[in-house]
Design a protein around this ligand. Structure first.
Ligand SMILES: Cc1cc2nc3c(=O)[nH]c(=O)nc-3n(C[C@H](O)[C@H](O)[C@H](O)COP(=O)(O)OP(=O)(O)OC[C@H]3O[C@@H](n4cnc5c(N)ncnc54)[C@H](O)[C@@H]3O)c2cc1C
Length: 462
C-alpha cells in the first residue's frame, strides 16, 4: 500500500545504477518518477558511451550485495542463475598486499563480479517494471529550472538517432520539464554546480583527493589460475604503486585491469599491457596473463579522483534538488566501491522515507552523504599516503602520521592474522566503520602487541 505522495513528480537525471536505484527508492513516495537518460539502452547488456567505465573490471562488495538484496529481493539468485560469479574473499582470491599474500584460510566474505553492463541491465529490467517509473532515453538534460532558493525542474533535449554518442544532425528543440524534486544521478561528470550557478543558486563546497591513478582493462579467455584461485587482487601502496585486479565475469570471461600512478600509466597496446603486468610485485598474474587469450583491446581510464560535493550545506532554505551516486561522491575506483555505494545511497533514502516519514530534501541529502561515509574514509584514508596524492582533502600532521604508522602495521598483520584480516575486510567491504580498526581492543591488541608473521611467497593454497 502506498503511504504519502509528498515528493510529487520526481525527475531523475541519469539512468545508470544510481539513477535507477534512487528512482526505485523514491517511487513509493512520488506521484510519478521520470528517469532521463542521454544514451539509448540496447535490448540486452551492452556498453554505452555515457558509462565509459563499464569496460573496466567491476566488483560488488559484501556491503553492496546486502544493499542490493534489500532493494531488489530476488535479484541475487537471478544474477547467480544467469552466470554472475560470486567469490569468497580471501578464500577464492589471490590477494597480495603489504608485500605478501593474504592467507586464504582467513575468514571470507562474499563479492559478486558480473560485468558492469550485465549488472546494470538486470537492475534496469527490475526497476523499469515498476509502474510509476518511466524512462525517456536519448534525452539529455541541459540545465536546471528554478531560482536561487529552489530547483523546480529541468531543461532537456531529445537527441537524434544512434546511441546518444554525438549530437549529429539530430538535435531537437529544448523542452522544459517541471518537477517537485530533481535528482542528479549523472555520475562523475555531473554539471550541476554550473547549472546551479546559471539559475543564481550557490555552488556546493568540494573535497578533493587525487592520486592520478591510471587504469587499463582488457577482457581475456583462458584457464583459471592455479591452486583453485579464481582471480588476483594486487593492491598498490605507497612503496609499491602498481596494481592489478583479475576477476571472472559471466560467459567464462576474465576481466583484467592493471593500474599505475599518473607518471607510470599502463599502456593500452596489447603487448605493452601484458608487459606492464610483469612489473607487478609478484609474477603470478603476469604468468597467467601470458597464457590467456585476449578478447578485447585494452582501454584506458584516467578520471579517478576522490571528490565529494556538499549539497547538504547549501542551506535550509534551498530545496528541490537531491544528488546521488558518483555525482555527489566519486571514489578512486581502485577500491571497487562506487556501485555498492550507489545501492547504499538508495537504501539510506528508503530508510529515511520509511513509515510515512517526510524528511526535508536536505535531510535526505545528509542521509545520502552519510551512506557514502565509510567508502569515502576508506578511499581517501588509503590514498592519503600515496606520494602523488594532492587536493584540499589531503591530511597531514602528527596524528595522521601516527595513524598511518599504525595502519601500516595493521596491514602487515592482515596476511596471517584471522582477526585482523576479518576486521580489515569488513571495513574494505563497507560492512563496518573504518574507526573499528583502531577502536576494537581485540584488533588493537593484536596489531600493537604481536609481531606480524610473514606468509610464503608461493601462491596461497586454500
Ligand atoms: C575504471 C573504473 C573502475 C571501477 N570499478 C568499480 C568496481 O569494481 N566496483 C564498483 O562498485 N564501482 C566501480 N567503479 C565505479 C562505478 O562505475 C561508479 O561508481 C558507478 O557507475 C556510479 O554510478 P552512477 O549511476 O552514479 O554514474 P554512472 O554510472 O557514471 O552513470 C551516469 C549516467 O548519467 C547519464 N548522463 C550523464 N549526463 C547526462 C545528462 N546531461 N542527461 C541525461 N543523462 C545523463 C549517463 O549517460 C549515465 O547513464 C569504477 C569506476 C571506474 C572509472
Amino acid at each position: 500500500m502506498r503511504a504519502h505522495t509528498s515528493l510529487g513528480h520526481v525527475v531523475v537525471m541519469g539512468g545508470s545504477v544510481a539513477g535507477l536505484l534512487t528512482a526505485l527508492a523514491l517511487s513509493d513516495r512520488a506521484e510519478q518518477v521520470t528517469v532521463l537518460e542521454r544514451d539509448r539502452y540496447g535490448d540486452g547488456p551492452g556498453y554505452r558511451p555515457g558509462v565509459p567505465q563499464s569496460r573496466h573490471t567491476h566488483v560488488l562488495l559484501a556491503g553492496g550485495i546486502e544493499a542490493l538484496d534489500a532493494l531488489l529481493p530476488g535479484l541475487l539468485p537471478e544474477l547467480r542463475a544467469a552466470g554472475a560469479p560470486f567469490l569468497s574473499v580471501p578464500g577464492d582470491l589471490g590477494v597480495w598486499q603489504a608485500d605478501g599474500w593474504i592467507s586464504r584460510r582467513n575468514p571470507s566474505a562474499p563479492v559478486m563480479t558480473p560485468s558492469r553492463p550485465f549488472l546494470e541491465h538486470r537492475i534496469r529490467e527490475r526497476v523499469l517494471a515498476v509502474p510509476r517509473i518511466a524512462v525517456r532515453t536519448g534525452t539529455e538534460v541541459t540545465g536546471l529550472l528554478g531560482s536561487a532558493g529552489r530547483v523546480t525542474g529541468v531543461t532537456l533535449r531529445e537527441r537524434g538517432g544512434g546511441n546518444g554518442g554525438g549530437d549529429g544532425d539530430g538535435r531537437r528543440a529544448e523542452e522544459e520539464l517541471p518537477a517537485g524534486l530533481v535528482v542528479d544521478a549523472t555520475g562523475r561528470g555531473s554539471r550541476t554546480p554550473a547549472w546551479l550557478a546559471a539559475i543564481g543558486a550557490p555552488a556546493p563546497a568540494e573535497d578533493v583527493l587525487d592520486t592520478g591513478r591510471a587504469y587499463a582493462t582488457a577482457t581475456f579467455t583462458g584457464e583459471a589460475p592455479p591452486a583453485g584461485i579464481k582471480g588476483f587482487y594486487l593492491v598498490p601502496d605507497p612503496g609499491q604503486p602498481l596494481g592489478t585486479i583479475v576477476l571472472p565475469a559471466e560467459d567464462d570471461r576474465w576481466m583484467v585491469t592493471v593500474s599505475g600512478p599518473r607518471d607510470d600509466p599502463p599502456p593500452t597496446d596489447p603487448e605493452g599491457f601484458v608487459d606492464f603486468a610483469s612489473r607487478l610485485p609478484h609474477p603470478a598474474p603476469h604468468k597467467w596473463l601470458s597464457s590467456a587469450e585476449p578478447l578485447t583491446r585494452p582501454v584506458g581510464y584516467r578520471h579517478t579522483m576522490n571528490r565529494r560535493r556538499h549539497y547538504e550545506r547549501l542551506g535550509s532554505g534551498f530545496g528541490g534538488l537531491l544528488v546521488v551516486g558518483d555525482a555527489v561522491c566519486a571514489l578512486n575506483p581502485v577500491y571497487g566501491q562506487g556501485v555498492s555505494v550507489a545501492a547504499m545511497n538508495a537504501v539510506a533514502l528508503t530508510r529515511a522515507l520509511a513509515d510515512g516519514r517526510t524528511p526535508s530534501v536536505r535531510a535526505l541529502q545528509r542521509a545520502v552523504l552519510r551512506s557514502s561515509g565509510f567508502a569515502w574514509e576508506v578511499a581517501t584514508g588509503a590514498d592519503n599516503g600515496m606520494p602523488s596524492a594532492a587536493g584540499n582533502a589531503l591530511r597531514g600532521g602528527p596524528a595522521i602520521r601516527l595513524l598511518t604508522r599504525y595502519l601500516d602495521r595493521l596491514r602487515a598483520h592482515v596476511a596471517s592474522d584471522p582477526v585482523v584480516c576479518a576486521a580489515n575486510r569488513d571495513v574494505l567491504f563497507l560492512q563496518a566503520p573504518p574507526h573499528t580498526l583502531v577502536s576494537s581492543p581485540r584488533v588493537l591488541g593484536r596489531v600493537l602487541l604481536r609481531s606480524p608473521v610473514p606468509t610464503p611467497r608461493d601462491l596461497p593454497t586454500p
